[in-house]
Design a protein around this ligand. Sequence first.
Ligand code: BEZ
Length: 216
Amino acid sequence: MEGQMPLIGDMFPEMEVQTTRGRMKLPDAFAGKWFILFSHPADFTPVCTTEFYAFQMRYPEFRKLNTELIGLSVDQVFAHIKWEEWIKENLGVKIEFPIIADTGTVANRLGLIHPNAGSNTVRAVFFVDPTGKIRAIMYYPAELGRNFDEFIRMIKGFQVADSQKVAMPANWPNNELIKDRVIVPPPTDVQTAEARVQSGEYECYDWWLCHKPVAE
Ligand code: BEZ
């Protein structure tokens, strides 16, 4: 692996990549937008094909959320193009987002090859915000296709968290305790902790577990 792989909170490393839509500079090509970079083990494989179908079906929703998608595998661009053609002809869906044709350089830089899980790229997902900062990283093995509705939930959650300075509870917006309400950051000093409970500004289980509705 070249250098340390980037972690949550790091800026996405600058790189130029070959894609099905031409050469692109990352993260600059998506400046001002969210983007999700995801890797798959190989073109023309069954689970990966279902994943591309699922991602493309949700692409309009991601774009409404100011979010772009970019795939990656260590395959030639010709293989990506042929696979896209196969998907269009057989599944009736045109893949509209770019796919990186990696030689292994990007995979090594991002830590996408996990030697004990095989020689292909794992199913990795990087969530990058409009400033180019990595906000989440996920890894899945070859045998488990990803849940793309969760990625939509994550982007929505990040956007509410950033705009309202709140945090999302488990399973938001269907949390078992506080439903679609969001968590107010806990106070970090005694005066604010005491004032928070007394003020009644928020609904609280305790001073460190307060919640409120999402602002309109
Ligand atoms: C698949 O996408 O079906 C797959 C890819 C690599 C290894 C195993 C399965």
